[in-house]
Structure formats: structure tokens, C-alpha cells
Design a protein around this ligand. Structure first.
Ligand code: NAD
Ligand code: IPM
Ligand code: MN
Length: 355
């Protein structure tokens, strides 16, 4: 039966990188007879310009009805001054909330052939294999907020961090189950020495972990975690943390592998799953055809594995990416003398040809 993938390119490099991933998925669909179909929908600043909203109802309905969603990226400085409720970023936040995508899985690996591209020493990053499990529809991102109020003669703004026990339980359970398929270790990251939400998080994580005696739970403060990622990154297996800490730590961890342009993610929850690279719309390079498409192409591999249980097809993409890199193709974020300089199209073609 045909499987429908809703593609949401978004803004900036979004169109370039989702086009690349769709090209690869079409070849995979033919090769593995997956009968994939694609339907494109608007979101982000481009949707705001066209329809006056960053997340048209039609896009939400299409995403809910789809078998999977492939998302590019949204945002850009041109929309920095629109009404905050209509910012492009509201598109991805709204989609996550509408689809109940409470967990964002961000795998961080360092490919052997790229170990020299890490900003850290080879002996520190060699062998990194981390899965960041980020809570995605709670915390300070979705708490009460005030853009501006006058108090004691000053303007102020506030955002409220807020987590409930069931929200923490479901994400920690998922982290535990993820660790059981990996190396049985979960690091729960919080700021329990200061924040009430983090103390609730830590208490809840400890209770949940009691049902998983085969998994070792370690609590860690977020500031220390940021440091440990830079000095002992291979010590981590699964990291579970809240929305804001997960956002920040995953950008830090992503670059250990050489470039944020390489890193994929899967957002899963109550309805259709959504797949997107972890980077943004890269306005500084948008429209030039030079973005690294690998994060989005590897997100497409995660889509095949998680949404369609198409393990062989997912592996075929991952192997083709590795082969293209081994054969020397490099987008500008990873380019060095002696390698084959590739723009988005050429890198995509190199991967396509190796499937
Ligand atoms: P960014 O991730 O877009 O860019 C950070 C740096 O990484 C830039 O120098 C960029 O050129 C580079 N980069 C990112 N992806 C790349 C790729 N595929 N290939 C080569 N280089 C790449 O982060 P930013 O500049 O902080 O944010 C830009 C906009 O994107 C903002 O509006 C932000 O809100 C938005 N954003 C969106 C998402 C999303 O849609 N999920 C994620 C992060 C940021
Ligand atoms: C990400 C992005 C988003 C986030 C923004 C664009 C809302 O940074 O997907 O990592 O903070 O979750
Ligand atoms: Mn981010």
C-alpha cells in the first residue's frame, strides 16, 4: 500500500535540503518497492508571507493524515520583527505540539572518516555514539510567558519552566527502553541544585529507573554535562533531558562529529512522526546551493527505520552517505584541500549513485 510522506521544506536552505532527501527517497522507494508518495506543504516564514500564518491549518491536517513527515527548517532574520505569535519558529513548535511529538531522538556519531574534522582531538571523539532523548513539547518552551509588562517602572518579560510527573515519566521510560537496545546507560541531565522543575525531574527519573534494573541511571547537572561532552564524550550512551537543555546540548554534541549539517533527528509521539535535521534554516548560506544535505538525508533514513520498519532501506542510505564521504566528497562546511568540493546537488548525486 502506498505510504504518504508530507514534506515541509520551510525557509532558508529548507527547500534545498528536502529536495535532496526526496530525490534519495524516490530512488530507495523504487529499489526496495516501498511505494512512497510525496506531498509538499507550506510552513514557516514563507507560509507567513503567503497566508499570514506560519502554520496553515491545511499543513497540520496533512501532517496528521500522513504516514510520516519530513521537515526542513524554518526561520530567518527577515521575520525577526513579526508578531511573536506568528514567528516562523511557531510552525515547528506548533507541529510538534499538534502531533504530540513528546520525544526528539538526536543520534550523535562520529564517522571514522570524519574524525579529523572534529573541533576536538581525535583521541577524545573517536568512537562517540550518543543518543540524546530530548523532551519536546513541555518545559519553558510551552509554559506561560509574557512578552512585556510594566512593573515598578520597568519593562520585563518572563517564561515559565513547568514539568509534570507524567511528562517526565514518559520521556524517561523512552530513554530507558532506548538504552536497553544500546549500552544500558542513561544520563539524566537537569539543574536540580537550583530549579524546582529539575528536582521533580530527578525524583521522577529515579522512580522510573527502578523498573529498569538492567539500565544504569546517572544524574548530571547540565553545566557539568556541557563540560563532560567536551572532555569525555565517549562516556555517554543515552542522555535524557528537558526541552531547553536538550536543544543546547544537542548543538554542542552535534559539532563533535565535524558539522551540524550532518546530524539527523526523529520526533516521535502520539500521532505521525516527524523527521528533521537538527540544524536551522542557515540564512547565511541559503539560496546558494551549498548546504550540506546529509543531516536531512540521514533523517530520511531514520524515517524509513522508525515509521516504515524498512531497516534494509535505511541502512542502504546510511551506507551510501558513508561511501560518498569515504570517496572524498565534501560540502563546504567540511571541505579541505585534496578533497572533492561538492555543492548540495553534487553531494546528493554522489549519495544517490552509491545506493
Ligand atoms: P543554523 O543551524 O541555521 O546555522 C548555524 C550555522 O551552521 C550557520 O553558520 C549555518 O550556515 C551552519 N549550517 C547549518 N546547517 C547547515 C548545513 N546543512 N550545511 C552547512 N552549514 C550549515 O542556526 P542559526 O543561524 O542559529 O538559526 C538560523 C534560523 O534557523 C533561525 O531563524 C532559527 O530560529 C532557525 N532554526 C530553525 C530550526 C528548525 O527549523 N528546526 C532549528 C534551528 C534553528
Ligand atoms: C531545534 C530548533 C528549534 C528548537 C527552534 C527553531 C524552535 O532550535 O529544532 O533545535 O528550539 O527546538
Ligand atoms: Mn536547536
Amino acid at each position: 500500500m502506498a505510504k504518504k510522506i508530507v514534506v515541509i521544506p520551510g525557509d532558508g536552505i529548507g527547500e534545498e535540503i528536502t529536495n535532496a532527501a526526496v530525490l534519495v527517497l524516490k530512488k530507495i522507494s523504487d529499489k526496495f518497492q516501498l511505494d512512497l508518495t510525496f506531498e509538499s506543504h507550506a510552513a514557516g516564514g514563507t507560509a507567513y508571507d503567503l497566508y499570514g500564518t506560519p502554520l496553515p491549518e491545511k499543513t497540520i491536517l496533512a501532517a496528521k493524515a500522513a504516514d510520516a513527515v519530513l521537515f526542513g527548517a524554518v526561520g530567518g532574520a527577515v521575520w525577526d520583527n513579526v508578531d511573536p505569535a506568528l514567528r516562523p519558529e511557531k510552525a515547528i513548535l506548533g507541529l510538534r505540539k499538534s502531533l504530540g511529538l513528546y520525544a526528539n531522538l538526536r543520534p550523535i556519531k562520529v564517522m571514522d572518516c570524519l574524525v579529523e574534522y572534529s573541533p576536538l582531538k581525535k583521541e577524545i571523539v573517536s568512537g562517540i555514539d550518543i543518543m540524546i532523548v530530548r523532551e519536546l513539547i513541555g518545559g519553558i518552551y510551552f509554559g506561560d510567558k509574557c512578552e512585556s509588562e510594566m512593573k515598578d517602572g520597568f519593562e520585563r518579560a518572563w517564561d515559565l519552566e513547568n514539568y509534570s510527573v507524567p511528562e517526565v515519566e514518559r520521556i524517561v521510560k523512552l530513554a530507558m527502553e532506548t538504552a536497553q537496545k544500546r549500552n544500558n546507560k542513561v544520563t539524566s541531565v537537569d539543574k536540580a541544585n537550583v530549579l524546582a522543575t529539575s528536582r521533580l525531574w530527578r525524583r521522577t527519573a529515579t522512580k522510573v529507573a527502578a523498573s529498569y534494573p538492567d539500565v544504569k541511571l546517572q544524574d548530571m547537572y547540565v553545566d557539568n554535562c556541557a563540560m563532560q561532552l567536551a572532555i569525555h564524550p565517549t562516556e555517554f550512551d543515552v542522555i535524557v533531558t528537558g526541552n531547553l537543555f536538550g536543544d543546547i546540548l544537542s548543538d554542542e554534541a552535534a559539532v563533535l562529529g565535524g558539522s551540524i549539517g550532518l546530524m539527523p533527528s526523529a520526533s516521535i509521539g502520539e500521532c505521525t512522526s516527524l523527521y528533521e535535521p537538527i540544524h536551522g534554516s542557515a540564512p547565511d548560506i541559503a539560496g546558494r546551493g551549498i548546504a550540506n544535505p546529509i543531516g536531512t538525508i540521514l533523517s530520511a533514513a531514520m524515517l524509513l527505520r522508525h515509521s516504515f520498519a524498512a531497516e534494509a532501506a535505511a541502512l542502504a542510505i546510511e551506507k551510501a552517505v558513508e561511501k560518498a564521504l569515504l570517496d572524498g566528497y565534501r560540502t563546504m562546511d567540511l571541505y579541505r584541500d585534496g578533497f572533492k568540493k561538492a555543492n548540495t546537488e553534487e553531494m546528493t548525486q554522489a549519495i544517490f549513485d552509491r545506493i
